[in-house]
Design a protein around this ligand. Sequence first.
Ligand code: ADP
Length: 220
Amino acid sequence: MAQILIFLGPPGAGKGTQARVVARELGIPHVSTGDILREAARKKTSLGLAAKAKMDKGELVPDDVISPIVEERLSRPDCREGAILDGFPRTIAQAKFLDAMLERVGFGEPLVLNIQVATDSVIKRLTGRRTCQACGEIYNVYMNPPRHGGICDKDGGRLVQRADDNEEAIRIRLKAYEQDTLPLIDYYQRKNALRQVDGSGDPEAITGRLLSLVKTHDYL
Ligand code: ADP
């Protein structure tokens, strides 16, 4: 039965970076709610504009806005073999919605990988983050700089900083994580669905840890 992999962890844990690589490795889609909302904001849809106001401040968008978007995405044919969810669920209400939805759409129990990082490294990761406007590749000016200034190594696209990667929005995002998302660890632990992953060290080592956990779990 197809299964969803959920990447959990605080902002700056490396969820997005890792989810991209692991999804490519497993040949399944990477479904990032942050990317979906930023794309909607870029296109200036009404959803996108409403979400952008929240996102730029570091606040969560409402559960009833994001949940149907995830359901629609996971119902598409490319997710039939599974998918990686990055950024969802982020609240207990979203987790409950997801449980019911996975049953509706015909998926097994999800496997939840919790990426653990020390909070003091998170700020540096977030303020140093730059993303390629063209392909979405993620860099860090302190830890993983591009070879040529503000240009993507892969396709020469322009590297931009996310509007919510400033200190004030980061503070609010970390608070939202602690209040709303941290309870999910307990929620999934009770279901015996949670696996802990050390998110420190270089990105390849972390990918290795994630993939070996996925493989021992007989995923795909
Ligand atoms: P990060 O994990 O680094 O904070 P994301 O790219 O996952 O970044 O999310 C960016 C923003 O998008 C969040 O701060 C929030 O405003 C919004 N968002 C993304 N996913 C959700 C979600 N599941 N529920 C509510 N808001 C969300």
